[in-house]
Every structure is written in structure tokens, then in C-alpha cells.
Design a protein around this ligand. Structure first.
Ligand code: ADP
Length: 229
């Protein structure tokens, strides 16, 4: 399989006052299409920053991120947003659902951003697949954390992304709910071939992925490949 994501010499520096903080330092790796990977490392090591750069939510100070052959850094903000909507799904630790929209309306948002209509059936189908067919008209405040995360996953998958980025997708969930959400993500990877790149503190989750990238002090210090059953 070809690489869907190529990260080359990625460096990110934040300025605060007249001080500069290098959060990512010359990070390079490739991710094969259809594979699963986790990014692990201590708090503050740059994992979330790296995921955001890979997903085009922010741009690097230097280096490149190529997604499906498209260099994200070379795009202006509108084109990056367009590319995100075409190829990428993103799941946040704290779900980030819109509180004034129902579960169904939250799931259809990415397709409305495309200017397309008539995706009610696809959204209902996805909500049913994540086990929430009877919760489509509930608002986020009426759903448990695990249910909200499943809505967020349905929203991330409604565009049939080639790659899903997830930042601590199970971090705010109890053990049992985390296991359900984890199983759902791996099922979607298997059924749809969606590449999965997740940031996690959970080493058990990491051990289930084919690739473990370890970040420490902004540097890639380990890159393990394993065969996962
Ligand atoms: P991790 O996900 O590994 O916990 P982060 O990527 O969130 O690490 O953060 C890495 C470092 O970058 C931290 O020291 C954090 O304070 C700093 N940082 C992250 N975002 C910003 C920002 N927008 N401005 C300044 N510093 C930031």
C-alpha cells in the first residue's frame, strides 16, 4: 500500500513574548494507507501539536506534511479546510459536539459544509452502526460521554475520510465505554480501510496498532512496527 501521510523534517515553534519554544523538532515519518498507528509520549511532549499539523488544523514552522500527495503547508487556509473536509476525519478527546444541534444534526454538519444536502439517511445509518439509532434526536447534554464520543465518531466518518485522526479518543471515558469506542474505531478501520492515527496515553490501545511512534521533548525517539492480529 502507498503512504497516505508523509511528514518530513517537521518543526513547530511557538512564540511567547520574546521567547521561542520549539515544541516539535525535525520529526519525519510516513504512514501507510489503511494502517493503524498511535503516537505516544509524556504530557507536553508535542503529541497534540503533531496531530494538529498532520490534520492541517495548524501549519508547521518548517518541514512538510503531505496528505494523499497534497502538501498541506503550501495551501492557504480555505484550501486546507477544503482538503480536510475531503480526506480527513478528526475526533477530539472532549468530543466537541455542537450543543444546540441534535446528534443527527451534528453528524450531518461536515456534509452541509460541502454544500451537499440529503444526507439524513447516511447519518441515521452511521448513528445506527455506532449503536445510537434510537438517540438521533437527542441533544449532546442528553447523552452520556461514551454516546457523545460515538456521535463524534459518526460525524468524523460521514465524509468517508481516507484518514481519521483521534486525540485521546478514549481519554474521557470509563474503561468499559473506552473499550466499546476503541472496538468501533478498529471496526471502521477494518470495514472501510480508513487509516487510523491516534494520540493516546493508553499503552494497551497502542499495542493494538500496527505502528507506535514515540515522541519525547518534541523529537521522534522511537518508531515501532508490529504485526497485529
Ligand atoms: P502533548 O499533547 O504531548 O501533551 P502538546 O502538543 O499539547 O503536548 O504541547 C506541547 C508543548 O507545546 C507544551 O509545552 C505546550 O504548552 C506547548 N504549546 C501547545 N500549543 C501551544 C500554543 N498554541 N502556544 C504556545 N505553546 C503551546
Amino acid at each position: 500500500m502507498a503512504d497516505i501521510l508523509s511528514v518530513e523534517n517537521l518543526t513547530k515553534t511557538f512564540k511567547s513574548g520574546n521567547r521561542e519554544l520549539t515544541v516539535l523538532d525535525n520529526v519525519s515519518f510516513d504512514i501507510e494507507e489503511g494502517s493503524t498507528a498511535t503516537i505516544v509520549g509524556p504530557s507536553g511532549s508535542g503529541k497534540t501539536t503533531l496531530l494538529g499539523l498532520c490534520a492541517g488544523l495548524d501549519v508547521a514552522t518548517s518541514g512538510t506534511v503531505s496528505l494523499n500527495g497534497i502538501k498541506l503547508n503550501a495551501l492557504d487556509e480555505d484550501d486546507r479546510a477544503f482538503t480536510r473536509n475531503q480526506y480527513i476525519g478528526f475526533v477530539f478527546q472532549n468530543f466537541q459536539l455542537l450543543p444546540t444541534l441534535t446528534a443527527l444534526e451534528n453528524v450531518t454538519v461536515p456534509l452541509e459544509l460541502r454544500g451537499e444536502k440529503g444526507y439524513r439517511e447516511k447519518a441515521i445509518d452511521l448513528l445506527t452502526r455506532v449503536g445510537l439509532g434510537d438517540r438521533t434526536d437527542h441533544y449532546p447534554s442528553q447523552l452520556s460521554g461514551g454516546e457523545q464520543q460515538r456521535v463524534a465518531i459518526a460525524r468524523a466518518f460521514i465524509t468517508d475520510p481516507k484518514i481519521l485522526f483521534a486525540d485521546e479518543p478514549t481519554g474521557n471515558l470509563d474503561e468499559e465505554t473506552a473499550a466499546q469506542v476503541e472496538a468501533l474505531l478498529f471496526d471502521l478501520n477494518k470495514q472501510q480501510g480508513t487509516t487510523l492515527v491516534m494520540v493516546t496515553h493508553n499503552l494497551e490501545l497502542a499495542s493494538k496498532t500496527e505502528r507506535i511512534l514515540k515522541i519525547k521533548g518534541g523529537k521522534l525517539v522511537d518508531d515501532q512496527k508490529s504485526v497485529v492480529a
